[in-house]
Design a protein around this ligand. Structure first.
Ligand code: MTE
Length: 322
């Protein structure tokens, strides 16, 4: 993957969503026309049920991105796919049902408490957090059951927020927590995991420039199903580290609990770095399905971001620290 620096990229290089849509539709049409082997299954794969329309009230507000930072040359996943194939267990354990189940999720007013081992604990309103939003980044989000997407997130580095609260020297980890409101999040009792959803990073991982708090995607405010109004994105880790709808961020000196590790400690470790050489106990992690593509592609170490992040894990046994 090519990662360009801000000064190498012109905003004109970011292909608008409708152009991607047309290009992808053109490819889809070509594939269908060109093969007589298009079975019903393949047809269904290429033509999933019409996506649920995302409420315009939610996405009308453009998230201001005044600086373009990281861009990859990979084709973007369609907006419709990003917003209709989700994991958000508070709402539903069915990936295709989350969008509808989260439709009425109330995300205003919203605050994020930031505290723990810091000099200046603070509670930020979403309006403050939206003001920090300034960079558009394109990341591969690799999910746990072997699919991936390339998502043009809009957000800001987590580090920006952490600096505001002045972390103390003894802070070694960062703990995150999602809102849990059983009145709105109906799947809670049946999801099979504990709520509120919690996640954690080591402090140096949290400060890395690729670790962002996303407030939007495709230049629009984050749809509910993708973790409105603010979610974490850690692109070199499996998707479940990217915790959604965050209400609390606490700096600690001990490793914080993480939801999937609590649910199945033998299957999900604290680090959860994308690693094609370490299989999940129940499936290989060597390949992935890129949403919108045929077949599977090889999964890259650290999801293709090894140049940027491998140094964080120097000297560590990544089979033990999975
Ligand atoms: N955050 C919360 N609060 N609840 C969840 O169930 N699922 C995780 C992660 N963040 C999840 C969550 C998993 S397993 C994945 S793969 C990603 O969100 C999916 O993000 P997406 O739906 O935006 O693609």
């Amino acid at each position: 993957m090519v990662i360009k620096k801000p000064n190498e990229i012109k905003s004109s290089e970011i292909t608008p969503e409708n152009v991607y849509l047309n290009r992808r539709n053109f490819i889809r049409a070509g594939v269908l026309a060109g093969t007589t082997l298009a079975t019903a299954g393949v047809y269904k794969f290429l033509n999933p049920p019409p996506p649920k329309e995302v409420k315009t009230a939610e996405i009308n507000d453009i998230v201001k991105a005044n600086q373009t930072d990281i861009i990859s040359n990979e084709e973007l996943t369609l907006f419709a796919d990003i917003t209709n194939y989700n994991n958000f267990y508070e709402f539903s354990t069915s990936k295709t049902a989350v969008a509808r189940a989260a439709e009425d999720f109330v995300t205003r007013p919203w605050t994020v408490e930031v505290g723990g081992l810091v000099q200046k604990p603070q509670t930020f309103g979403i309006e403050d957090l939206l003001k920090f939003t300034q960079e558009e980044r394109i990341y591969r989000l690799r999910c746990v059951e072997g699919w991936s997407m390339v998502i043009p997130w809009v957000g800001f580095p987590l580090k920006t927020l952490l600096n505001k609260v002045e972390p103390l020297g003894k802070a070694k980890f960062v703990a995150f927590q999602t809102l849990y409101d059983p009145k709105q999040m109906q799947s809670g009792l049946f999801a099979g995991i504990q709520f509120p959803y919690v996640e954690g990073l080591r402090f140096d991982e949290a400060l890395h420039r690729l670790t962002i708090l996303a407030t939007g995607l495709y230049g629009k405010q984050l749809p509910n199903q993708n973790g409105a109004p603010i979610r974490l994105v850690v692109p070199w880790k499996y998707g479940f580290k990217s915790i959604k709808s965050i209400v609390k961020i606490i700096l600690t000196d001990t490793p914080p609990p993480t939801t999937w590790n609590i649910a199945a400690p033998g299957e999900y470790g604290f680090y959860s770095n994308v690693n094609p050489n370490v299989d999940h106990p129940r499936w290989s992690q060597a390949t992935e399905r890129r949403i919108g593509e045929f077949g599977r592609r090889k999964t890259l170490m650290f999801n293709g971001y090894a140049d940027e992040v491998a140094k964080l894990y120097e000297g560590m046994d990544l089979k033990k620290n999975f």
